[in-house]
Design a protein around this ligand. Sequence first.
Ligand SMILES: [Zn+2]
Length: 339
Amino acid sequence: MPEGHSIRRLATMLDSLFTGQVVRASSPQGRFDAGAGAVDGWRVTGTDAHGKHLFVELEPPAGGEPRFVHVHLGLYGAWAFVTADGAGPHAIGAPRRPTSRAPETGTGTDAVAVADAVVPADPADIEAEASAELVVPEPRPTVRLRLLTDTVVADLTGPARCDLIDEGQKDSVHDRLGPDPLRRDADPERFVAAVRRTRRSVGELLMDQSVIAGVGNIYRAEALYRARIHPRTEGRAVSVARLRAMWDDVAELLADGVEHGVIVTTRPEDRRAPRPDSWARAAERATDEEADFRWYVYRRAGRPCHVCGNPVSIDDLAGRTVFWCARCQRRLRSRARAA
Ligand SMILES: [Zn+2]
């Protein structure tokens, strides 16, 4: 599943391609007929992202209340773009089928099925190239939503959700979600308080979108490693100072992911191997060499920790695969009696 940095990149890309444009909207698959029909011929006025939720804002031709296409890609959702330069579709957040290669390191599906999204290095490139005439491809029958202008086609397939909402409904989506470190309005103290008021494990809490929005399995595993905290540590046992530091670290990692389109969490001094020649943007396709270069523990079960050499551990935690180093990451105990 794409993590928050991919959704932010998608929002930026959709913004650069569609904002200001009148769009033709349709649902070749039929499941979003009413929604697409309602905004067909409307003008896109902006995009927004909060965690893994994406919004495209549209205004009716005669003016009036805006509405929002609200998309959550889930496990299998993807956007594909075709631009006038004929460069062909760029898949973003595309569904990754588990490869035929056995998940040698996994006990759950995450080890192979979780994908970092594929995003063009620079979304602006596409706009710049969009000068020739657009050749509109026949939509695949699975396309939930097609947005079309003179210069670009965007096809959405397989989202967990795609609906048309008004401003009030958009507000309630924001209210349900925890702070997103990529948003300017994010309040880290909400994250700190949400973690500290529970005995649930910090590994589980980092994946809870109402606690912190946008973190997925890769950022979860890596942020906990970088903080040297065992994923099964109770939330209430982690100090305010450590949680604030973790927030800052996640914010920095996410921003880096937005900038580069790929999650790299290792510090240069901790990398044992050089950057591999191949560089698949999709995490699921990452080779062991790429995983070794990019990450401390994610998808590295059984391989030596970059820092201490201990084999990286793997287990299920609340139904998702979690990775950690049993030597580097301590299970903090809560001082229950302390104030
Ligand atoms: Zn270690």
